[in-house]
Design a protein around this ligand. Structure first.
Ligand SMILES: Cc1cc2nc3c(=O)[nH]c(=O)nc-3n(C[C@H](O)[C@H](O)[C@H](O)COP(=O)(O)OP(=O)(O)OC[C@H]3O[C@@H](n4cnc5c(N)ncnc54)[C@H](O)[C@@H]3O)c2cc1C
Length: 393
């Protein structure tokens, strides 16, 4: 069997790319090694639900409040107006996406990517079939590398593909307690506290009858399990039954190049595409899969390898500014408890709330009111320079 496009990795980016290409009538393979649930908090914004037609049945919790908690334990509740953040369980979410790609016409293959070989006949993906253990060689015109963080396709094929910086995120899936004064099944808690994470944040995300409690850090030597135990204790969740413990890297910076100038283009975590500050990657992975599919179609039609560059170009056109703003927020505010205290304090501001939530929910940077950007900018500078004290109401 020969393919137009061989997609390596069946997470949100690969499954979306495969579905789009199959719908466009291309011969597509979707290879996933299977057998592991992707460690993930599973929070998806309304924009993702709308753009990628995520069915309501996959949303296990609808969050309408985000509670930001400071190092001194002060908190700001941000109420989400006219919408909700959806929580998905990756075990079912990813499988649904893969199945949808197959229904659209993609060939699903189960096994492990090994390498790419090229000869007179063309480009081949060599992979190990999970059922038989055999090595298989699949002829293809193009390859989409959607094999996640620490992508082997990126490392092997794209210059600089192994240079992405990471935070390591760890979480525990627990049995959710009944709603109580500490736990609300419709509220996400985001904890900015150096004792939980010296450079990122901790979280408690509800998932129906389960919850994800975790943290991330890029600092060597931090004991992730101990930090999570401390977070569970401070959130009143120590006594809850633990269902799974797992961790994985979150990329922190998009690669400068997503293609090899020949026949490979990357998507999602493999391209380093996760929003700074939040670590949000599902929406960006799906969008990455979509733009990779668009670039692959352009390349198949023109026969020009340079059309693969379209993937990064299309993605950055809409998201570069949001990524820049989030990057500078992370650089400015995630470095000390004093800064974290100021950051949470800043979240009291209605314009800051509207701006950040619009950016998260709908992926738009819009001012809530005229001059709001200016006011936020001035407040930001005042906090960063230490001209004002954190204000608590
Ligand atoms: C602890 C944690 C919490 C997170 N919480 C959130 C959150 O709440 N919201 C959010 O938006 N994002 C979150 N993220 C980020 C999000 O999970 C990722 O950005 C997203 O999964 C990226 O999708 P992807 O398709 O690019 O990669 P992945 O989801 O990693 O999918 C890659 C796929 O490739 C397959 N694969 C890998 N190597 C091979 C190989 N050699 N051969 C065959 N198949 C292979 C894997 O089996 C996997 O299915 C979190 C991440 C972590 C680690």
């Amino acid at each position: 069997m020969s393919y137009d496009v061989f997609v390596v990795g069946g997470g949100p980016s690969g499954a979306t790319a495969a579905e789009d290409l199959a719908r466009a009538g291309k011969r597509v393979a979707l290879l996933d090694r299977a057998g592991r649930i992707k460690p993930c908090g599973g929070a998806v914004p309304p924009r993702a639900i709308k753009d990628f037609a995520i069915p309501d049945a996959l949303i296990v919790a609808k969050v309408d409040v985000a509670r930001m908690i400071s190092p001194t334990g002060r908190s700001v509740d941000i109420h989400i107006e006219n919408g909700y953040v959806g929580m998905v369980d990756r075990e079912h979410f990813d499988e649904f996406l893969r199945d949808r790609a197959v229904k659209a016409g993609a060939d699903r293959l189960t096994g492990t990517y090994l390498r790419i070989e090229r000869d007179a006949a063309g480009t081949h993906v060599v992979w190990r079939d999970k059922a038989s253990g055999d090595e298989v060689r699949s002829l293809t015109r193009l390859i989409i590398g959607a094999d996640g963080a620490r992508s082997v396709v990126a490392r092997d094929e794209v210059p600089g593909g192994d240079t992405i910086p990471y935070v390591i995120a760890y979480h525990e899936i627990i049995k959710a307690p009944a709603a109580n004064k500490d736990y609300d099944p419709n509220r996400c808690d985001v904890i900015y506290d150096g004792r939980i994470s010296p450079d990122f944040y901790g979280w408690v995300f509800p998932h129906g009858d389960q919850a994800s409690v975790g943290m991330g850090t890029g600092v060597d030597g931090v004991d992730l399990k101990q930090a999570t135990a401390a977070l569970r204790a401070s959130s009143g969740l120590t006594g809850c039954e633990t269902i799974r413990k797992e961790g994985a890297p979150i990329p922190l910076k998009p690669l400068d190049r997503w293609d090899n100038g020949r026949d490979v283009v990357l998507a999602g975590d493999a391209a380093g595409v996760v929003a700074p500050s939040s670590g949000e990657g599902i929406y960006y992975a799906m969008l990455g899969g979509r733009v990779a599919a668009t670039a692959a179609q352009a390349c198949l039609a023109s026969g020009k390898a340079r059309d693969l560059k379209l993937a990064r170009k299309l993605f950055m056109k809409d998201n570069k500014t949001v990524f820049k703003v989030l990057r500078s927020m992370q650089d400015a505010y995630y470095k000390s408890d004093e800064r974290r205290e100021r950051f949470v304090s800043l979240c009291h501001d209605v314009d800051v709330q509207k701006l950040t939530f619009e950016a998260y929910m709908n992926k738009k940077l819009v001012a809530a009111r005229p001059l709001a950007h200016l006011k936020i900018g001035v407040k930001n500078v005042a906090h960063l320079m230490g001209w004002v004290k954190p204000s608590w109401v």
